[in-house]
Ligand binder design. Structure first.
Ligand SMILES: C[S@@+](CC[C@H](N)C(=O)[O-])C[C@H]1O[C@@H](n2cnc3c(N)ncnc32)[C@H](O)[C@@H]1O
Length: 206
């Protein structure tokens, strides 16, 4: 990827689909068990059964959900190798290779579409389209768990890339795009809780 400050919407997607992404996956093959437990508990409390994680990587956030026989669990990621390994683990769930910008699911297919540490990697030129796709495939809930900044958007250098990570006011962005969303729960999860300092918001459609 070039070092421009104005990347094309799909520049970082291409980066993740390359050897760069495979190396990321190899560094992150383990997860703190409190992460999948948190998501499962949150979803169950809201009666959420049909779940899509956008940018699921190996599906490690979903392990507790796939172990729940009442849930229908899907992950999608641009990395072919990560999706292959998610299937190979035989842990359960359904995983497909694809892009945040063209989710291969019909409108309202899921009770919830969510991201964790993924929208931060979507450049300004694509962020609204990615959120619109999540909104389209969810009949009820959206969850974003990302790096927050009170300012609308701040590019943060990341692994030698000048424009591959963006802290944002994600809550404001979601509500600007879809003013009728209702925030039903939100919070912060730090490293002492097994997360990478994420701010999360659970939104419900009217
Ligand atoms: C930082 S990882 C987060 C993985 C997982 N959600 C977690 O919480 O550990 C970002 C993931 O998003 C995927 N990704 C980035 N851009 C994408 C895009 N445009 N479409 C689909 N997946 C994408 C990457 O391949 C990578 O697996």
């Amino acid at each position: 990827m070039n070092e421009t400050k104005s990347p094309d919407a799909r520049d970082v997607e291409r980066l993740f689909a390359s050897e760069f992404g495979a190396q990321y996956t190899d560094r992150n093959r383990a997860i703190d068990p409190r992460k999948p437990a948190f998501f499962h508990d949150l979803f169950r409390r809201h009666g959420i059964r049909r779940v899509l994680e956008c940018g699921s990587n190996l599906g490690l956030n979903l392990t507790d959900c796939v172990g729940d026989p009442e849930m229908d669990v899907w992950g999608i990621d641009i990395q072919r190798g990560a999706i292959r390994d998610a299937w190979a683990s035989r842990a359960g769930g359904n995983f497909v290779v694809g892009s945040l910008f063209d989710l291969p699911f019909r409108d309202g297919r899921f009770d919830l579409a969510f991201t964790c540490g993924v929208l931060i990697h979507v450049p300004p030129a694509g962020i609204r389209d990615a959120i619109r796709e999540m909104h389209r495939v969810s009949s009820r809930y959206l969850l974003c768990a990302e790096y927050h900044d009170d300012r609308d958007e701040v590019a943060v250098p990341w692994r030698g890339q000048a424009a591959a990570l963006f802290r944002r006011n994600y809550k404001k962005l979601f509500l600007e795009l879809f003013p009728d969303l209702v925030v039903v729960e939100e919070g912060y999860k730090g490293q002492e809780e097994g997360f990478d300092r994420i701010t999360w918001h659970l939104f419900r459609k009217p």
